[in-house]
Design a protein around this ligand. Structure first.
Ligand code: DHB
Ligand code: MG
Length: 220
């Protein structure tokens, strides 16, 4: 049996991506543009991008909200999944990132479905009209509880919420951590467990992004 090592997690994730996701010129171009622009390579893995698109399709989501656009990689996955009559609103704090994402999303042929709002999510969220069917939270981890609160307010019973990066290489078990991203993630997980507006679980992942995970919730 192969050893459970980060190298083998990556190789297995690569195998799954090759087998189930395949080559995708528009998504690969989006990643190249993101790298060219000097953005961090912290987009979701290909198998996770496909999971987002499947969650959109399985839930029948037509209005999707994304918090944290980065280079538009996950945005393209979800914009494809909502179909021609669907819409994705995505919030990006950095105008430079948003410009790169805009070009990649347009080049992928889904530009008409995507509304990029530039600004701090905490400022943009109160300006949005509710009714979102799926919310993907993938921004500054310190604000996760604020974003969950807005996801509940801007959603409806049955809204799907995906919260990225809940594993943080196992650091989430450290109740004494002073890492603000760990504290923000632990606060979010506690909220998902205790707040009666949510029903939630979380899964750890290993793969090309290392050891991490995501929380999956619905609005009650
Ligand atoms: C970080 C943020 C992410 O959204 C991600 O997917 C991986 C890492 C980070 O800020 O460390
Ligand atoms: Mg992330």
């Amino acid at each position: 049996m192969a050893e459970s090592t980060p190298q083998n997690w990556r190789a297995a994730d690569d195998y799954l991506a090759r087998t189930l996701v395949g080559r995708d010129p528009a998504l690969e171009a989006a990643l190249a543009a993101q790298q060219e622009a000097g953005m961090p390579e912290i987009e979701v893995a290909p198998v996770a991008g496909k999971l987002l698109s499947l969650l959109v399709r399985i839930s029948g989501a037509k209005r999707v909200l994304e918090i944290g656009t980065l280079g538009g990689y996950s945005t393209i996955w979800m914009a494809r999944a909502v179909g021609v009559d669907g819409r994705v609103t995505t919030i990006e704090a950095e105008a430079g990132n948003a410009a790169v994402a805009r070009a990649s999303i347009d080049a992928a042929g889904v530009g008409e479905r995507v509304d990029i709002r530039i600004g701090r999510a905490a400022d943009v969220l109160p300006t949005l009209v509710g009714g979102f069917d799926l919310v993907f939270i993938d921004a500054d981890k310190e604000s996760n509880t604020v974003y969950l609160d807005w996801a509940a307010k801007l959603g409806h019973p049955g809204t799907v919420i995906v919260l990225d990066n809940i594993g943080r290489s196992g650091d989430i078990i450290d109740a004494d951590s002073t890492d603000s991203m760990v504290v923000g993630t632990r606060d979010a997980l506690r909220m998902l467990g205790e707040d009666p507006r949510f029903d939630a679980t979380a899964l750890q992942t290993v793969g090309m992004k290392g050891w991490d995970g995501f929380a999956l919730a619905t609005v009650i």
